[in-house]
Design a protein around this ligand. Structure first.
Ligand SMILES: [Zn+2]
Length: 393
């Protein structure tokens, strides 16, 4: 530190000069390099406030010529490369992004939410270089998550044993899944024992190709999701029928029944339970659809033997239930039976798979307003991969 001064807007400026051995290092790789020029002269980095006063570090920002990275601004010990903020400022902003609301970070740090996205990217990049998240993986789940209101997709990989997110990339296609196996490398691919996923071919094909010895399981979450969709289709049919038949009261009643039908029976409020019992009395088709969904969910709560037996009974029942959406689902489940049974036999916990899925979805909603998928991915990795830095001090 050379000097402390007060700026034109009453901000505090700490004028700094890196000690000799920290000087002339490449901003990217921190290797020592020959100097190139003075760059754009003096620069400022926003630091953590002093009380309520804005604070900055000011220093020269000369450029060096790195053998690998060309002419770059040299590294400074107090900030990450290409950042306008100090390391402590960024660590605190990233910690707040993970642990508080969007508006709290932006207001407290006095920066825009978009800027928080860029900070998350730099912090997560650095943390990922230091920790190898792909080491020791045995049981993983591969899934897709939509963001930007379903316009774009991410492929995510979770570790079933730790419940952590370990890899995320933009896109949902075979190439993206292959990129994950490339990052894992051949040796570690051989250690993978189990991969869970939905029923899509773009995930199943590269699994068969790259980790042929791993057991492929169908995520319970996706099976139940399909049953919920089938139930919703029946509800809509029944509702349309009631409307067309000129029974507006019945139609309105059905519209309000959505949550009662969706929720797990043990979580129903008294009112929802009453609604369900009125459906039982007045609407046999819809109630049958509800029971089909519930029985399929029940499969994942039984011991393996009983579960497989119930699964086969369910398929037989659904096939002849005369509800087109469930007849179709019975066909899908018959086709995917091996993967569904594997999930049951390997005790893949649906609670955990669903919990991480829900958390990622929440983060994609929070990341709305970030400038890139990279910033969303960074926030997800900081939050769910255990990469969040501690608060400075
Ligand atoms: Zn370099």
């Amino acid at each position: 530190m050379e000097d402390v001064k007060i700026g034109s807007e009453d901000e505090i400026i700490v004028v700094a000069r890196p000690v000799w051995r920290e000087r002339d290092r490449c901003g990217v790789c921190r290797r020592r390099c020959p100097g190139f020029d003075l760059g754009e002269g003096r620069r400022r980095w926003r630091a953590l406030d002093l009380g309520t006063t804005l604070a900055f570090v000011e220093a020269d920002a000369p450029r060096v010529r790195c053998r690998r990275h060309g002419v770059v601004v040299c590294a400074v010990p107090w900030a990450r490369h290409r950042s306008r903020f100090t390391r402590a400022f960024e660590d605190q902003a990233a910690w707040l992004a993970v642990n508080t609301s969007k508006s709290a970070v932006a207001e407290l740090m006095r920066i825009a939410w978009r800027t928080v996205g860029g900070i998350c990217e730099r912090v997560a990049d650095e943390a990922q270089q230091e920790a190898d998240l792909l080491d020791g993986l045995r049981r993983i789940g591969i899934d897709e998550i939509s963001h930007r209101k379903g316009q774009r997709y991410l492929t995510v990989v979770v570790d079933h044993d730790t419940g952590r997110l370990v890899w995320v990339a933009a896109g949902r296609d075979r190439k993206t899944v292959e990129a994950f196996f490339d990052a894992l490398g051949q040796t570690r691919c051989k250690q993978i024992e189990l991969v869970s996923c939905d029923m899509a071919g773009w995930i199943a094909a590269p699994i068969a190709d790259r980790v042929p010895d791993a057991v492929r399981c169908v995520d319970p979450f996706h099976v139940i999701q399909l049953a919920t969709d089938a139930l919703d289709e029946v509800r809509r049919e029944v509702w349309n029928d009631a409307r067309r038949a000129g029974a507006p009261a019945a139609a309105k009643d059905l519209k309000g029944a959505r949550f009662a039908l969706w929720k797990n029976p043990e979580n129903l409020t008294d009112r929802q339970a009453a609604k369900l019992s009125s459906i039982q009395k007045t609407n046999a088709r819809l109630y049958r659809a509800y029971l089909l969904k519930e029985q399929l969910r029940q499969i994942y709560r039984l011991p393996a033997d009983a579960a497989v037996k119930l699964l086969d009974e369910w398929i037989a029942w659904a096939r002849r239930c005369r509800l087109p959406s469930f007849v179709k689902l019975a066909r899908t489940i018959t086709k995917q039976r091996a993967g569904i049974v594997a999930a049951i036999e390997h005790g893949l916990s649906n609670a955990r798979v669903e919990a991480i899925n829900t958390q990622i979805r929440m983060i994609t909603r929070r990341a709305y307003g970030f400038h890139s998928a990279g910033a969303l991915i960074a926030l997800a990795m900081l939050s769910l991969a255990g990469l969040c830095p501690p608060l400075p001090q």
